[in-house]
Write a protein that binds this ligand. Structure first.
Ligand code: GLN
Length: 239
């Protein structure tokens, strides 16, 4: 088996080490003897969404989001079709915001891809710090680091989790992230996946099941180090 992973706009969306998520996806496939093909999807390049199994998209500043807006309009239809068809997407922070209807920054309103029924508005005070979530999808807490000015209204979307420590989508409603079909969108940097192996395997199993037939469950890996890293955040919340 093989998965093809697209890394969207790495030259712009690579804040806070989010490219570490790509490495984690790749290694957790290779450790199980599954081939991983990682393709950087450069700004302005034509993208063959039909050849991708998983899209990984990271964070960036408001300025880079404004720079990317025009290019996103060119891929909007194909990206939406990919997600509608169950294509797996991991979107972190700025990417999360741009999967929605819009992100209204301090200076302009950036049109989003309209894949998620969410919207985001900038506020002066940034939400920064460690985050711990409880999620019905995972037995381990989901942990990470947030740094965003945007406040996301996720409406009736299913959240990734309930905030146990930190701010989450907007610092008010107590939820963080969104899960929709096989799209996992979150504010959690870190990078997210190395300290949340269950989240990484969730994305890989969804992509493998969509490509090779339902119900693929990956064999467990010796995740002692990953679990220690997860506990370091979930047990030391005031870091
Ligand atoms: N620029 C967006 C914000 O400040 C996203 C930041 C990020 O990707 N960390 O909310």
């Amino acid at each position: 088996m093989k998965l093809t992973i697209g890394y969207l706009y790495p030259e712009l969306f690579n804040l806070y080490g989010d490219q570490g998520n790509i490495r984690c996806l790749e290694k957790r496939l290779q450790w199980r003897g599954i081939e991983a093909d990682v393709i950087p999807l450069a700004v302005g390049e034509w993208i063959d969404f039909g050849g991708l199994d998983l899209i990984c998209w990271g964070g960036c500043s408001d300025r880079e989001q404004e720079l990317a807006a025009g290019y996103l309009r060119e891929i909007r239809q194909d990206f939406r079709a990919f997600a509608e068809d169950g294509g797996v997407v991991l979107a972190v922070c700025a990417a999360y915001q741009l999967l929605g209807q819009y992100y209204e920054t301090e200076h302009k309103k950036i049109e989003g891809l309209g894949i998620l029924d969410i919207h985001t508005r900038w506020e002066q005070k940034r939400l920064v710090g460690n985050v711990v979530l409880e999620s019905s999808l995972f037995s381990m807490p989901v942990v990470g680091f947030e740094n965003h000015a945007g406040r996301t209204d996720s409406g009736s979307c299913m959240p990734l989790g309930r905030v146990v420590c930190g701010n989450g989508n907007n610092g008010r409603d107590g939820f963080e992230g969104v899960i929709w079909k096989n799209v996992l969108a979150t504010y959690l940097h870190g990078p997210l996946l190395p300290r949340n192996p269950q989240v990484c395997d969730f994305l890989l199993e969804r992509a493998l099941s969509r490509k090779y037939g339902q119900g693929i469950v990956l064999e467990a890996l010796p995740d002692e180090t990953e679990q220690r890293a997860n506990r370091f955040v979930s047990h030391n919340r005031r870091l």
